[in-house]
Design a protein around this ligand. Structure first.
Ligand code: ADP
Length: 358
């Protein structure tokens, strides 16, 4: 553990009766870092966050904050949530309805003398642009404003780490992007370390310096967003972030035979059946009789095209390795070819993922 680590979780395990909800999760959040814990609903993200906060008794593993152990059942260490220097933000904001905005924000800093407390309340509300609402009650505020009050309340005590559980899920889509943007700006300006739980892949990519992708209680892959997006360790990781196209491949004579031509086998066993995958935006389309450049390519027929505003989605039909028809999706920035046209589909080698077939 490094002294600059705001939060370290070591080998956490958690059972609800017979269900192992968390199965050997380790992660760290460095000072000033925004880390996202992401994965499909039910994979154990919230449980990890609750264990970090001390809201759930730790069964196995260790939780440390700024170098100090705050949870370790083996050594009988269990620092209660209110003494962990954490800030908490939940999906439902959890504001006190009978307290004004100012009193909500003052809640976690009651140990400060009155004058200092007031200064801090004003300062924090100013940061979220809600200073004028200091005497309002939560019900008089919009969802986005309530979320900002919740954020201000969590930040007022200057926590070592902010823990956020699906903080934007309660907001409608338009508002969500704005609030997300503002929240990230605020965390950056304050240099606040944060662990954010979300099921939304785009949100995780947008927010995270590093992310941990969970599946069924375990971390499947962790790293910076681009590493998970461009170098997924398996099909689950690849598919989590966007639709992927899949073709079949098989290793013969040291090469992968595939509808895209021969690809490097990169040490895979002779005869191994593989899934060849690529993202819709990685592919390019060109005239059937020409090559757009060197590299893996196949011939396909345009099925249909859909305008998205920011570009187009083109569905094409191609032949898989066994001759079966396969539909592939391609995202283009510019004008697409017409339905019925025969085209050449090309994928840069570095954008092709090879996965062992399940
Ligand atoms: P996520 O946050 O990824 O949606 P959770 O940590 O909430 O996942 O839940 C992980 C698993 O544990 C799920 O199968 C969920 O149903 C179960 N679970 C969560 N909380 C409890 C609880 N208090 N009692 C029993 N099972 C629970």
């Amino acid at each position: 553990m490094q002294p600059q680590d705001a939060l370290v979780l070591q080998d956490l395990q958690h059972d609800y009766d017979t269900l192992r909800a968390v199965d050997g999760v380790s992660l760290s959040v460095k000072a000033g870092e925004v880390v996202c814990l992401v994965g499909p609903s039910g994979c154990g993200k919230s449980t990890v966050l609750r264990l970090a906060a001390g809201l759930e008794p730790l069964q196995k593993g260790r939780v440390a904050m700024r170098g100090e152990t705050v949870g370790d059942p083996e050594r009988r260490v269990r620092v209660p949530p209110e003494r962990r220097h954490i800030g908490l933000v939940f999906q439902d904001f959890a504001l006190f309805p009978h307290l004004t905005v100012g009193a909500n924000v003052a809640f976690g800093i009651s140990h400060l003398p009155a004058a200092a407390r007031m200064t801090r309340v004003h300062e924090t509300l100013r940061q979220v642009n809600l200073e004028h609402y200091i005497d309002a009650y939560p019900h008089a505020l919009s969802g986005g404003q309530q979320q900002r009050v919740a954020l201000a309340r969590a930040l007022a005590p200057e926590p070592s780490v902010l823990l956020l559980d699906e903080p934007f899920s309660g907001l409608d889509e338009r508002l969500r992007e704005q609030v997300r943007d503002d929240t990230l700006g605020l965390l950056r300006r304050n240099g606040t370390a944060a662990l954010l739980v979300t099921h939304d892949p785009e949100e995780a990519l947008f927010m995270a310096d590093r992310l941990y992708l969970m599946r069924a209680g375990k971390v499947v892959q962790s790293g910076p967003p681009q590493e998970l997006y461009f170098r997924p360790v398996d099909r689950f990781v690849a598919e989590f972030f966007s639709r992927i196209n899949e073709l079949r491949g098989v290793v013969r004579d040291g090469w992968v035979e595939s509808p895209l031509g021969r690809l490097p086998a990169s040490g895979r066993a002779e005869g191994a059946a593989l899934t060849i995958a690529f993202r819709p935006e990685a592919a390019r389309l060109g005239p059937a009789d020409g090559m757009i450049g060197e590299g893996p390519a196949l011939t396909a027929i345009v099925q249909d095209t859909h305008f998205l505003g920011t570009g187009w989605v083109v569905h094409v039909l191609a032949s898989d390795l066994d001759g079966a028809e396969v539909e592939l999706a391609v995202r283009l920035a510019g004008r697409p070819p017409q339905a019925g046209q025969t085209v050449r589909l090309q994928v840069p080698p570095e954008a092709i993922f090879l996965f062992a077939e399940a």
